[in-house]
Design a protein around this ligand. Structure first.
Ligand code: ATP
Ligand code: MG
Length: 737
């Protein structure tokens, strides 16, 4: 059989890894050295030359997107679909197991996945029931606590609370939370792993044996970011046999804050027999300049496993460093550079803007919008997390499982249908005292005539609506069902009544959901397995699990925006690292602690090594973030890059620091505070482009544009919740923030 195409495009070290005899292998190598490539080619090799059935292979990736790509690349190499192979994230694979063995796992057949937003809602509700003040007991703290315990394999009953009140309260919440999830048939992300681990270890060891037999080859990408429970899960599945291939880079471990343990790499040889380590030393991604900068930065960390990387791709351009006046100027600079790039005939999607914190994206987004540049955010407000989509899905969830309290809470009075907070409280109270779901409680309350007639009728109407919709869509296709729900639940009408662009985009999103359901339905046969009771159940799970792949503009040529964390494993010809300032990156919470500072440095290493041809680093001398002006020094990471690798960009002074107003300048390049303005063209206002303002009705927003002068002067403000609006300056009564 001809396998040259599988091994031809590999260097010697990569080929050794791909064709190694089956045993426990660790491929330890720096960024861009072809670790992911090795994994893909190894799978193709096993299937093609060793005659291994895809059925006995499991591959673990870090994101759902990476899983799809991996499957695609294997298919390309083999010329056929590796059917029967399991590829996915730890969560995705654990989920699959639980769907197949829900009974053994002690779950109801229609159990549903909660995302972190659902989880927080539930915790808030429980905290309220427990009479906890949310200032003293912030719900997020409970959420963090519960997730952390689960990631470490601990249930409430395994925790011996210390004597302090705080600890006891945390455990009490964990217990209440577990019960509520049990009652509603809901499981969170951490539970997926914990539950499947318990299923194997405690509940059904025979099942474990079955899967140990089945999966004779287990391959894991981004191994440096596995946490305790994921590691334990792998250990169980490997069962002391020789079948693991883990690839990773200790310098890219960036999820320590979420429980990932870099030590898992070091410990591998202790827990898995006969591990052979293979190193890859050539980088194929970046220019020499970029690679050297990355190596110099990461050298400042202690206790590294130590790896060498070289490249043959030539010196390339120097790294451009831009000191922006403020965050608006920084955004403008980046947008201009992207403009140049695309004028030179390149694609915008080859550019990525990476930043440390999500909150930084807003200013960048606004600059892109102003210039009409399409962009795409990874891991931001994802499609399935948008309010209107969550509402529609909650109706579907409730129809699928009436005991789903979280969904019930979400839609019982959306759109408003006369079920007030008092009624909802009575339902909650009854549910709690009887230990039943809110749905059942509602039925009982209506029967027992516990409510005034009007409230009772409203509630009955809601119960009827859900039953009726479920009945009407019983034999329809998934997208028809979705469409029916959007129409009959009143959601479309509800948003039509709202005004402004936001409402329009909500309606479009709901329509997009029907499209998504349609697409899902057509993939359903090939894509999913017997484990799901219905396409709806599978669709709802995917919506909860999916990492935001469903953005509408996937095929448009758009600039890519994402946090440094979400950029892991990806590569782009041109990369901008924005906001490289002390306090922001490294983040101020991490500066004091050496361990966390090193994690920030690894994050910087990840950021730099995403760039293939050209890297820009920008920082702002003053920055308004979370409503406060800060003046930060350039990040220490910049000074760790040898200066001969960098060139400072100096724009023509009138552009970077103009001393007069540019309000009427369509370049929009002057974006600073009112104090430096003084031109007669300026409308009579003390507002500046890019400044934050408050309007009594529309709330907070950012000044985008001005038009006209004197009494006719108008200002365009992009309001955070209402979107962009033109207002007459004289009447708008905007307060600068
Ligand atoms: P990261 O640590 O960032 O995840 P990685 O080690 O997984 O990186 P890959 O993404 O697999 O690296 O490879 C980096 C780039 O180099 C990819 O574009 C890949 O196609 C290319 N590449 C890897 N090995 C070779 C090779 N032998 N010949 C040509 N290109 C290669
Ligand atoms: Mg990789």
């Amino acid at each position: 059989m001809d396998v040259t195409h599988i091994i031809d495009s590999l260097n010697d070290a990569q080929r050794n890894a791909v064709t190694a005899p089956v045993k426990n292998l660790l491929v330890l190598a720096g960024a861009g050295s072809g670790k992911t490539r090795v994994l893909v080619h190894r799978i193709a090799w096993l299937i093609q030359t060793e005659g291994i059935s895809p059925y006995s292979i499991m591959a673990v990736t870090f994101t759902n997107k990476a899983a799809k790509e991996m499957r695609g690349r294997i298919e390309e190499l083999l010329g056929l679909n590796p059917q029967g192979m399991w590829v996915g994230t730890f969560h995705g694979l654990a989920h699959r197991l639980l769907r197949a063995h829900w009974q053994d796992a002690g779950l109801p057949e229609n159990f549903q996945i909660m995302d972190s937003d659902d989880q927080l809602r539930l915790i808030k509700r429980l905290a309220k029931e427990m009479g906890l003040d949310d200032k003293r007991w912030p719900p997020r703290q409970f959420q963090w606590y519960i997730n952390d315990k689960k990631d470490n394999g601990l249930r409430a009953k395994n925790i011996e609370p210390r004597h302090d009140l705080n600890d006891r309260q945390m455990v009490a919440m964990y217990e209440a939370y577990e019960q509520a999830c049990e009652r509603g048939g809901m499981i969170d992300f951490g539970e997926l792993l914990l539950r499947s681990l318990e299923l194997f270890r405690d509940k059904n060891p025979a099942l474990l044996e079955h899967y140990q037999e089945r999966f004779r080859y287990i391959l894991v990408d981004e191994f440096q970011d596995t946490n305790t429970i994921q590691y334990g899960w792998l250990q169980l599945l490997c069962g002391g046999q020789q079948k693991l291939m883990a690839v990773g880079d200790d310098d890219q471990s960036i999820y320590g804050w979420r429980g990932a343990k870099i030590e898992n790499i070091q410990n591998l040889s202790t827990h898995f027999p006969g591990v052979e380590t293979i190193k890859l030393e050539q980088n194929y991604r970046s220019t020499e300049t970029i690679l050297r900068a990355a190596n110099e930065v990461i050298r400042n960390n202690q206790g590294r496993l130590g790896k060498e990387l070289h490249t043959e791709s030539g010196e390339g351009d120097p790294i451009s460093l831009y000191a922006a006046f403020n965050e608006q100027d920084e955004a403008r600079f980046i947008v201009d550079q992207i403009g140049k790039w695309s004028q030179e005939g390149n694609l915008r999607k080859e550019c990525a803007i990476l930043y440390r914190s999500n909150a930084q994206s807003r200013v960048l987004e606004e600059a892109l919008i102003r210039s009409g540049v399409p962009y795409r955010i990874y891991g931001g407000q994802r499609f399935y997390e948008r309010l209107e989509i969550k509402n529609a899905l909650s109706y579907l969830r409730l129809m699928n499982n009436r005991d789903d309290d979280t969904s019930m809470e979400r839609v019982i009075n959306v759109p408003t249908r006369g079920i007030g907070t008092r009624t909802i409280e009575i339902i909650r109270e009854h549910a709690r005292s009887q230990g039943i779901s809110m749905w059942r409680a509602s039925n009982e309350i209506v029967e027992l005539k516990r409510l005034p007639a009007r409230a009772s009728n409203a509630l009955q109407a809601f119960l009827d609506l859900i039953n009726q919709m479920a009945q009407d869509t019983e034999d329809t296709l998934l997208h028809e069902q979705t469409e029916h729900v959007i129409q009959h639940s009143g959601l479309i009408e509800h948003h039509k009544k709202e005004k402004g662009e936001k409402a329009q985009s909500r309606i479009e999103n709901l329509e997009e959901l029907v499209t998504a359901a349609k697409q899902f339905n057509s993939q359903w046969d090939e894509f999913l397995d017997e484990e799901f009771s219905s396409p709806l159940a599978a669709f709802l799970d995917q919506a909860a699990l999916d990492a935001g792949d469903a953005q509408a503009d996937e095929y448009q040529d758009s600039v890519q925006l994402m946090t440094l964390h979400s950029a892991k494993g990806l590569e782009f010809p041109q990369v901008f690292l924005a906001g490289v300032e002390e306090g922001l990156f490294p983040h101020k919470m991490s500066i004091e602690e050496p361990g966390r500072l090193e994690e920030e440095r690894r994050l910087c290493y990840v950021g730099i090594t995403r760039a293939m041809q050209k890297l820009f680093i920008t920082y702002a001398e003053s920055r308004r973030l979370h409503g406060q002006d800060t003046y930060n020094r350039p990040s220490r990471f910049i000074s760790e890059i040898p200066s001969e690798l960098m060139e400072e960009v100096r724009l023509n002074a009138s552009v970077s620091r103009p001393m007069t107003s540019r309000y009427n300048d369509n370049q929009g390049s002057s974006l600073f505070g009112s104090s430096s303005l003084g031109s007669s063209e300026v409308p009579e206002t003390n507002l500046a482009l890019g400044s934050r303002v408050m309007h009594s009705k529309f709330g907070e927003g950012t000044v985008l544009n001005f038009e006209g002068s004197g009494a006719k002067a108008r200002v365009q403000v992009n309001f955070d919740y209402e979107g962009p609006k033109w207002l007459v300056v004289g009447f708008a009564n905007l307060t600068p923030l």
